[in-house]
Design a protein around this ligand. Structure first.
Ligand SMILES: *Cc1c(COP(=O)(O)O)cnc(C)c1O
Length: 475
């Protein structure tokens, strides 16, 4: 980590519209919403081959699809990678290989397997480090995400009388909220005093960076740890990790990040942004399967720091670990935060997904994602914005995700002016997989790894038809 990273410049909606217009003009298409344009954009996409690396579900294999509404043999409209990523084809092959090694080697597989089980996690570190912008000594892959929040907070949250607060957001993911709440109580402190939740301004859905910075500037002396999500799961807002980390450091706070929705979604530079610690799950944009192996980051400056933490035999240096002396020789860097031996059946899917990420770069994925999500934004606004002259029906949709590309990743959160339960059911019948948050929000994520412009365009058709059905019913 000696060279500063080149940060990807964010695209703008104007660039997306120019690109759509240019492609349309070159192909004599007059209407930017024409499905033919989506097909041309898909065919000429330089990363389109990545979709073939995945098992992409057909309509017929998803539950509750109505074959009278959609051809069961067609690809489904899977825009739910923010919740669970699709399965790389390689996963199956690597899994079978390690099961075979187990069958043939038994205990010898720890060292002699083609992916030696006792060190399997270490084979992932360089690639995971590349995804989060860290050296391999700064990352570990272990446990589940919430466990890693506990592991890191029990090491880094050391409240004193003067400095005892943890700063988070009022709409933090429940698991993060509970983890923080319990860490405060485990430290013998009370939640009313020490847990501080930032709220968006009245009438707004997302937190403004300026408000976060101002809160830190005013109250930082009392804050022990700032712990926010890199991308907010509900609104899709991408926080300014660098600026917030800097502001926290100026006031002497430790700054940690939950990157559940950021890992594999947007380029990250944890080392250069000077983040103290971070953790993430790998099964959303990371495509490792439900409950997949999580990760953690601890900045290099804590490499030899012996701070008290939760320990296990895997926190002990490899060189003497198996002497079983019960004299802890703490491993350095992020490795020293591991507790158990690596679960090979979770390491394998991680390894497989990393191989897919290695076929491209986060920068190229990010660029693709900006265009795909920009295209989705254009279509949603065109057909569903309250003030659009092209609005198809009565139902209108507001995008609550920030419109600036540097404040979001793949996901857009659509807020409907009607309850979504019937609309959602109708979408499912039409082969759409998206994520619902009752009463009125649907989260849609065209994922740079496997989605394309046709998926996005077909989603819009399915949504138009679903809304038309609902309007007809209530007429
Ligand atoms: C998905 C998600 C989790 C899930 O936690 P697990 O420990 O993996 O079950 C936690 N926090 C955030 C912010 C998430 O997005």
């Amino acid at each position: 980590m000696t060279e500063a990273p080149e940060e990807t410049p964010s695209r703008t909606m104007a660039q997306v519209m120019k690109f759509l217009q240019k492609t349309a003009d070159a192909n004599n298409i007059t209407d930017l919403t024409d499905i033919t344009l989506a097909k041309i954009l898909t065919d000429s996409d330089s990363l389109k081959h990545l979709r073939d690396q995945f098992h992409y579900p057909k309509c017929a294999t998803l539950p509750d699809v109505d074959p009278s509404l959609v051809d069961p043999n067609r690809d489904s409209i899977y825009l739910c990678g923010n919740s669970l990523g699709l399965m790389p084809k390689l996963t199956e092959k690597l899994m079978l290989e390690q099961l075979d090694q187990w069958a043939k080697l038994g205990v010898f597989g720890h060292l002699k397997s083609t992916l030696p089980w006792a060190h399997a996690d270490e084979y992932c570190l360089e690639d995971v480090g590349r995804l989060v912008g860290a050296s391999k000594d700064e990352v570990a892959v272990c446990n589940g995400l919430t466990i890693n929040i506990h592991v890191l907070l029990s090491a880094f949250y050391k409240p004193t009388e003067e400095r005892h607060q943890i700063l988070l957001e009022s709409k933090a993911f429940p698991s993060d909220h509970y983890a923080i709440e319990s860490q405060i109580k485990l430290n013998g402190r009370n939640v009313e005093e020490s847990m501080v939740c930032l709220e968006p301004r009245e009438g707004e859905y997302t937190l403004r960076t300026e408000d976060i910075l101002e809160h830190i500037e005013k109250n930082g002396d009392k804050i022990a740890v700032i712990f926010l999500s890199g991308i907010q799961y509900y609104t899709g807002q991408l926080f300014d990790i660098k600026a917030i980390t800097e502001a926290g450091h100026r006031k002497g706070c430790l700054v940690g990040w939950d990157l559940a929705h950021a890992y594999g979604n947007v380029p990250l530079h944890l080392h250069w942004w000077d983040v103290d610690f971070a953790c993430w799950c790998s099964y959303k944009y990371g495509c490792t399967g439900a409950g997949g192996l999580a990760g953690l980051f601890v900045h290099e400056r804590f490499k030899t720091d012996q701070r008290l933490r939760m320990l296990g035999w895997w926190s002990h240096k490899m060189s003497t670990r198996f002497e079983m002396s019960n004299q802890l020789d703490l491993d350095e860097g992020a490795s020293g935060y591991r507790i158990s031996n690596p679960p090979i059946h979770l390491v394998v899917p991680l390894k497989a997904s990393l191989e897919v990420f290695k076929m491209t770069s986060m920068e190229d994925l990010r660029k693709r994602s900006c265009y795909l999500t920009g295209y989705l934004e254009f279509l949603v606004k065109h057909f569903f914005d309250k003030d659009s002259e092209h609005r198809a029906g009565k139902i209108s949709v507001k995008i609550i995700t920030p419109s600036e590309f540097n404040e979001r990743g793949c996901q857009l959160s659509l807020k409907f002016d009607v309850p979504i339960d019937v609309i959602y059911k109708e979408l499912v019948k039409r082969g759409v997989a998206v994520d619902k948050r009752y009463p009125d929000v649907i989260r849609v994520a065209p994922v740079h790894l496997y989605n394309n412009y046709v998926d996005v365009r077909r989603f819009i058709d399915a949504l138009l038809n679903s809304c038309a059905f609902v309007e007809q019913q209530s007429a």
